[in-house]
Every structure is written in C-alpha cells, then in structure tokens.
Write a protein that binds this ligand. Structure first.
Ligand code: GAL
Length: 850
C-alpha cells in the first residue's frame, strides 16, 4: 500500500518536474527576442500571455480562395465567434521545383497570416508538410517522388532531409516576418505531420522512429509556441496529441498535463466526382462541439470553416471534385451558410459565457436519467456553468437539475452559463435558414471551337516497347497522356466478312480512358474514388491494313492518403489485348508504343490570351457540338453587382475551364452521383454517408468563378471538353439568397434575452424573436409561408399543421415586406391570440428575398 502511495507521489513529482521543464522550454525559447506574448499550456487549456482560453478555430485553406476573398472570409469567421484560423501549408504550391519557392497570389501565406492578425484573430499553422486535405498528392511536390532513394513519411534519410528543409524554410519565414505570438504575431500553435498515428501503427518500428525524429526536429526549430500532432497517441512531449473526427468527446491526450484539443471537427465532408454530396446537420455539429466542451475540451477547430475551391489541378484524389464546399459554415463562394453559420455563432457565444468556469474548474458529472447527464463547472470565485445533455436520439427528456425542471430535445445539449438559465440548446436553431439560388445573368455565350487532334503513332514521339506508368512520364505536368500503337489487319481476316468485330481489352490503373480507333472515339471508361482501376472491353471497328490505336489516359488528381500513396500507379499498365482475329488473341502489351504528354491545345496554351490566337477557330453555325476533344472559347463582360459567380456546366461532359488564363479547375457533370439520398435526421451518430444530396444528378454542376479574376470587359473564357457537349448550354450564374426561413419555438432559449436580463435591462424572461435578413441589396418581397401553431416540414416545404393562428401572416406582411431585414417576437398576441393553448407551439416562416 505504502509502496503504491510512494510511487504515486513519485509520479506526481515527475509530472510536476515535466511541467516546470515545459514552462522553461517556453520561457527560454522566448529569450533573445523582443517578447510581446507567450503561449503555454496545461491540462486545462492553451494559455496566451498567461491566460487560459477556450479557443474556437476554423480551417480556411488560403489557396482555396483568392486573396481578394480573404479579408471577408476572415471577417465572417470573426463575426461567427472564432478566435483562431487554422490552415495547412501547401508544400507543392510553394516549391513547385526543388529550391524554387513561390509565395505569390493565392500562395501568399504571409499576407494571409497578416490579414488574420489585422482582424485580431490567432493562427494555427499546420506546417505538415504532409497535409492530406484532399489536395493533390497530399501536398507533396511530385518531384519529391523522384528524389533518389526516397520513401515518404517514414524513417528515410532523403525524405527526412527534404521535410526538414521545407519545414525550416517556413518556420524561418514566419520568424523573419515576426509572425509567432512570442514575437507579437498571431501564430499561437503549429502542427508537424498529420494523422501519422495510424500509419505508424501499420509500418511499425521505422514509423515510431520517424515520429520521434519529426517531433524533435519540430521542437528544435524554436518557434516559441506549442506544436501539436493530430491522431498521434504517442506524440512525444512536449507535443500535444489532438483528436480529429465527427465527435471527439471520448478523447483524452496522452499526458494529463496536456489540454484536450480537437484539430478537425468535420463540419461536413468532401465531394468526389461520381459521389453524392454530403452534408451535416447544424444541430448535430453543434451537439458534437458542446459535448466536447462539456467534457473538458478547450480547443475546437472546424474542418472546414470555409472549404472553398480546388482551383486548377490542385484537387487530390483521385476523383476529388473541384468544389471543396464541405458543407462548411461559409459556403464555397464565401457566403454564410445559414442556419449552420448562425447556429454555431450562437453556440460560440454560449460557450464564451461559460469560459471563466470552464478554464478554472473541473466538471462534476451528475446522472440525470438513463441518457441524461449534467456537467457542472463550479468555479469557486462564484461562477458556475452547466451543460445538460440528452443523448437519447429518439425522445425528449425532462430532467430535474438544482430543483428546476428542464426540457431537453433528443440528441441535444442545453448550455446554462449560470447553472440556472438555458441560453442555448444545440437542437433549437434560433438563427435563420437561407435557401440559395443560382440565377442566370441573361445572355448566353457566343462560342468558337477548335478540335484537338487525336494523336497517333509517330516517330517524333517518345517510343518504346511496352506500357509505361503515367506519372513517371507526365510528372503531373498534365492530366493527359497518349498511349499510341499500330495494329496491322490482313485483308483476309474473317471478321471483315462476318462483320463480327474484334474486341479490344485494355487494363488501366486509372483514372479515366478514352479509346480512339483511327481517330474515332470508340468509348470512354473511368474508375471511381474507391476503385480508380478500369477496364475497357469493347468490339472495335478495324479495317484492313494499318489501324491507329490511340489511348488517351487521364489522371484525375493524385492520391493524397493511404500507406505510401506515392507508389500508386496511374495509366495503362496493361495487358492490352485484341480478341477475335483469325489468330485468336493478339497481345499488344509488349509491342511498340509511342507516348505524348498533354494535348496539342495544352502545348499551344490555347487556354491563355496569347496561345488562344495561335490557331484557327471555327465560328458561327459550324461550331462543333457533341464532339470529343474540343476547345471552346468566348469573350464576355463581367456581370454587374457583387454576388459570387459560377458557371453552370450541366450541358457538358468532362474537361477543364480557364478564365483569362487562370484555371477554374476540372469539371465533370457527366459523372452523376451514386448512392441513396433518403432524408436524414440530425439525431443519432453522423458519418459521411448519412446525409447525402444530388443522387442521380451531377456531383458538381456549378464551378466557382472568382470575381477578382474578371475585368469589366472582354474576359476570355476557354473550355476544353473531352467527351463532347453542348457549349450553348453553359451559363454564367450569380449566387444569392432566394428565401429566408425561421423556425422558432415559443419559449425557445435565447442568448439575447439572457444577456438583456444579465445586464438588468429587463427583469422577466422575454419571448424569443424571429430574425429574417436578406443579402445586402435585397429586400423581402413576399411572405411565402407563416404559421404560428404546429406547422410541419422544413424551409422551402412548410405546411400548416393541425393548429394554426389565422393571423400568422399579418405581422410579417406588416413588419418585413419591403425591408432588407426584420425582427418579429414569437408571442401569441402578435398572431391574433393563442390558437391551441397547452400545446407546444412554434413559428415557421419563409420570406422571399429579391
Ligand atoms: C483528415 C485529414 C484532412 C482531411 C480530412 C477529410 O483525416 O487530416 O487533411 O483529409 O481527413 O476531409
């Protein structure tokens, strides 16, 4: 017994020593600089300048928007209640060639960080340099794969040397710009590696050695701010291991002197071409965050807060869509996604009201029922905050807490910053919901076309026996690689008489393939994100004599995740076989093949202003339609207004888009979404397959056109179409709010009421209010629906229920129509009296914005 006590005391002493050590590290690393701040941590939280904080953070990846969008995104993040912006650093964007660095335009990392500082927010810089992030090659430059002797993300000399060099480059740059908090800058945290734990588990000893090395290397860089390693249970001290996931309340760090941090709270999920579009209900996201905070969590980062766009060929993969919207609180275009944005804003205010109690005390957990608990933070200086949770996904619960009854909806948490008044419940959305529209700006485009050539075997091309791996040849300078060969057919071949065409079989490692026989498209096949491999197996039309077989193999983003993803192949690796000739089977795999990287139009830079005038374009009625491998160009003027813009590409197949030479990205509306999109409830555990939309439709039909890429007049739009499409169906659309809805229960908790009561402005609880607000420049033109009673359905599809106050519309018609925004209290008098006493009522309203 004595022994255990002594051991325990020894352990506590050791922990204390470690803590002192840790503080010394932080203090020492501040010496030698003009110290203006310090960042440290303990078991409760990150402390900035000695003050523990509950930090709310959101991921915004700078190259996924434009520098012109950054200030607005950051401002909206701040307004939404965030303290921190988190981003990866994208190595392949910054070092496109070894030793050649690029930090301009969308890759102007320093500018991005300075804008965050200007807005008064902090930065969490995930240097990686492995990012994952559905980003091409996980953020690694493709040249890295060809460094002799390299093996990624393991105890490998060449890899470690390259990783250290880039990490040091970034850290030195941040130091030189004085961007660390200890230098008066906004960076309070960094990250080395990314979710390496599962990989380490898979590869064993070399993985463990690499983790130790990476941690030591990072800490040795002396940034003065803590490092984290996410999904890394064995993160070496003083690095904090953190959690990523849809829920992280179960998580605890590997040492009790480290705070509980959530680096990726997934706000939705990414879209892949051919996949349905995932979304995550705001009520469940808020629930997961409240659940994390109630169980000692002190740092939450939304991944993503603004997802943005995979411009150019930055999408990872394969098959990651160009939109990286992610169902994030700010949509791809930078507009607030309501109700998610507003609901989280309210959650953040509620959490901040609890902050003093949260950072100064540990919770007492009280069971209030089978599925119900109270987490009480009693802070001796007088404050007390409580979280009342109902984990039952199906039923309401009435619980008694401190002699008062509380009604808690299913799968929700109520927040009581004074252990008495509920100011927020995760399942009661007080903010408005907005339905968005994509409205055409009128006139279509006047197109010109140019047909790219179907390459065929030619002695100028690179020629060899056998089939080559695609990335080895292209080094990812283009999506496209031509594989070309000839097939001789004797004039006596039986199929020429029988008409039974021979079958060509092509095995490819992916990702898409167009097969041309004598210049004619014979067919197209493609894989999917889960299985990028493909097989072409079709009868082909051969003629006597020489036949040209031209295979256009297309990469759709390089893999960004998986064990040694750098070794994954793409392209036609064979076998390639012809069946049905008189000789039976002819294996074409080992004959002579010639190779060409890229399309002719790419080599001529048809996407650019200069290059596009280098060929003769077809105009007027002769413009090609439904023609594979066709380039289209047009000129257009920028539409007025300041709504975000997109191209509706639904009339097209697959290809790429450029505006004024800048790449909008890959488009592929012909790849429709698999899966089932049945309705989903916010209640119950969420995963990326639970709530889906777009089934049977294009996975992505709108492609973001940043306003800042346009001049007022004469913009060059170039489209390259692979499959054949109708360019006259392409339209430029503006994104704006179509309608706004509110769904408010009578007696729904309201932060505003709490704050007014707390400041003594009112003495008794007030009724909640419905707030409706269109975009700036819009007005509420009509009330589509209003019902106080027991209305049914959601925004866009409301219906009256059994109980309905007949004057429900009046107040809205009077107070809202003609206004940009309005506020209406949810009290029976306003709607002409209580339509059904003793029944729990709510108000549902939908107003049209125009
Ligand atoms: C995580 C990873 C992120 C991103 C996310 C999915 O595992 O760390 O970079 O890929 O998954 O969107």
């Amino acid at each position: 017994m004595m022994d255990i006590v002594l051991k325990k005391q020894g352990f506590v002493k050791m922990q204390k020593l470690k803590l002192i050590n840790l503080m010394l590290v932080v203090i020492l690393s501040n010496w030698g600089c003009l110290c203006t701040g310090s960042v440290s941590y303990d078991h409760k939280a990150i402390s900035i300048n000695g003050q523990r904080k509950i930090l709310l953070s959101g991921s915004i990846h700078y190259p996924r928007s434009t520098p012109e969008m950054w200030p607005d995104l950051i401002q909206k993040a701040k307004e939404g209640g965030l303290d921190v912006i988190q981003t990866y650093v994208f190595w392949n964007g910054h070092e496109p060639q070894p030793g050649q660095y690029y930090f301009e335009d969308r890759y102007d990392l320093v500018k991005f960080i300075k804008l965050i500082k200007q807005a008064g927010l902090y930065v969490h810089l995930r240097v990686g340099p492995y990012a994952c992030a559905e980003w091409n090659f996980g953020g690694f430059p493709v040249w890295l794969k060809y460094v002799p002797g390299i093996s990624f993300r393991t105890d490998n000399g060449p890899f470690k040397a390259a990783m250290e060099k880039f990490t040091r480059h970034i850290v030195n740059m941040m130091k030189a710009e004085r961007l660390y908090e200890t230098q008066g800058g906004p960076i309070i945290l960094s990250q080395i590696e990314n979710e390496y734990g599962p990989m380490e588990y898979e590869i064993g000893a070399p993985g463990r050695a690499y983790t130790q090395w990476a941690a030591k290397m990072a800490v040795g860089l002396g940034t003065g701010v803590p490092w984290v390693m996410c999904k890394q249970d064995d993160a070496p001290d003083p690095i904090i291991n953190t959690c990523n996931g849809f829920y992280c309340d179960y998580f605890s760090p590997n040492k009790n002197f480290k705070p509980k941090m959530w680096t990726e709270a997934w706000t939705g999920w990414f879209t892949e071409f051919g996949g349905a579009v995932p979304y995550r209900p705001a009520e469940d996201l808020a629930y997961s965050v409240a659940k994390f905070i109630q169980s000692r969590g002190s740092f939450v980062n939304y991944y993503m807060y603004h997802g943005g766009t995979n411009f150019g060929r930055t999408a990872g993969g394969p098959f990651i869509a160009t939109s990286y919207d992610y169902d994030a609180p700010l949509d791809e275009f930078g507009l607030k996604r309501e109700a998610k944005w507003g609901h989280l804003k309210d959650l953040h205010r509620a959490i901040k009201l609890c902050e003093p109690a949260l950072v100064n005390s540990d919770p007492t957990i009280i069971n209030l029922g089978n599925y119900q608990k109270a987490y009480v933070y009693n802070y001796k200086a007088g404050g007390c905050a409580a979280f009342l949770s109902n984990n039952n996904r199906a039923a309401y619960a009435t619980v008694n807490f401190r002699n008062q009854n509380y009604n808690i909806p299913p799968w929700s948490i109520s927040i009581l910053p004074d252990c008495k008044n509920t100011v927020f419940n995760t399942a009661r959305v007080g903010s408005q919901t907005s339905l968005m529209q994509m409205k055409s700006d009128g006139g279509g485009f006047v197109w010109q076309s140019f047909i790219d050539q179907t390459e065929s075997y030619d002695d100028n091309a690179y020629t060899t026996h056998g089939l080559l791996e695609q990335l080895n040849i292209t080094r990812d300078s283009s999506d496209y690689l031509w594989y070309m060969t000839d097939v001789k057919v004797g004039s006596n071949e039986g199929f020429l008489r029988s008409g039974k065409w021979p079958t060509l079989t092509v095995f490819s490692a992916g990702h898409a393939l167009h097969v041309f026989i004598n210049g004619q498209l014979a067919g197209t096949v493609y894989g999917s994100q889960k299985n990028p491999k493909l097989t072409f197996n079709q009868p082909i039309n051969l003629r006597p004599g020489l036949n040209k077989i031209s295979l256009l193999s297309i990469a759709v983003g390089l893999p960004n995740i998986g064990p040694h993803f750098e070794t994954w192949n793409a392209g036609v690796l064979g076998p390639v076989t012809l069946y049905g000739l008189d000789e039976g089977k002819r294996d074409l795999t080992w004959q002579k093949w010639s190779y060409k990287v890229g399309l002719k139009g790419e080599i001529l830079s048809l996407n650019s202003l200069m290059g596009s005038s280098s060929v003769e374009w077809i105009q007027g009625s002769l413009v090609s339609q439904k023609q594979p491998l066709t380039w289209y160009k047009t000129n257009f003027n920028a539409p007025g207004g300041n709504e975000p813009l997109a191209l509706d590409m639904s009339s097209m197949g697959k290809g790429q888009i450029w505006i004024n030479g800048q790449s909008i990205g890959r488009y592929w509306p012909a790849y429709t979404a698999r899966g089932s999109c049945s309705t989903c409830s916010y209640a119950g555990y969420f995963d990326e397959n639970k709530c889906l939309s777009n089934c049977g439709e294009a996975s992505q039909k709108w492609y973001h056109v940043p306003r800042s890429w346009l001049k007022p007049r004469g913009n060059l739009l170039v489209v390259f179409e692979e499959l054949g499409g109708n360019p006259y169906g392409i339209t430029l659309v503006k994104r704006s709010i179509y309608s706004v809805c509110a769904d408010i229960y009578e007696w729904q908790p309201s932060l505003m009421n709490y704050e007014m009561q707390a400041s003594g402005k009112v003495s008794k609880p007030l009724r909640p209010k419905a707030h409706l607000s269109c975009s700036p420049g819009q007005k509420i033109s009509s009330i589509k629906f209003a019902s106080f009673g027991t209305p049914l359905g959601g925004c866009g599809s409301y219906q009256e229920g059994g109980c309905h106050a007949h004057n429900s519309y009046d107040a809205f018609n009077k107070l809202c129509v003609g206004q940009n925004s309005c506020t209406v209290p949810v009290t029976p008098e306003i709607f002409g009296g209580d339509p059904c006493p003793k029944v729990m009522k709510k108000l549902s309203v939908e107003a049209i914005c125009s």
